[in-house]
Design a protein around this ligand. Sequence first.
Ligand SMILES: Cc1cc2nc3c(=O)[nH]c(=O)nc-3n(C[C@H](O)[C@H](O)[C@H](O)COP(=O)(O)O)c2cc1C
Length: 160
Amino acid sequence: MQLTFDWLIVLENLRRGIMVTDVTLQGPAGPRIIYVNSAWLKMTGYGRDELANQTPRLLQGKHTDRAVVASIRQKLLNREVFHGQTWNYRKSGEPFLMNWYCYAIYGERPKPIYYVAEQEDLTELETLRMKQRLLVNPNDADALDFFSVLDEWKAKRKKS
Ligand SMILES: Cc1cc2nc3c(=O)[nH]c(=O)nc-3n(C[C@H](O)[C@H](O)[C@H](O)COP(=O)(O)O)c2cc1C
């Protein structure tokens, strides 16, 4: 099996969003984004040139679950894999349900050299699931919360 191949073409053509950051978890300047693939750009609406000196926090907003994002640091420091879901925001301001795995990449040395995230937009799938839940129980609180976030955005977009 050969290991020398065009890995960048492979990354750029993966169906999931990929983000690579440096390993500075302390302070507001980190973790700094080093690379995102084309699927990530398509999902978020950002251009690659807009990501200089940015952190993944640029995706966060009003309905981002602080408890979910707060657990990333501890997981990474414990050398565990983070998996979570929360509301993130495209460049346009549109909320979407981000589902992602995040973990450290180790080189030869014991210290991590990068953090990497595999990210996908679950909004469409979750919309179907939440619609079904409302059919069973029209007062389902999680489903009502889910649609209120999307409706808030639709109302805002209509106004502007
Ligand atoms: C590789 C990587 C990918 C990340 N991706 C996201 C993401 O897609 N959405 C998000 O809300 N936070 C993401 N984060 C988390 C934030 O960068 C940050 O670590 C988190 O908000 C906790 O830090 P804070 O409490 O200082 O904000 C990611 C972090 C890393 C290291």
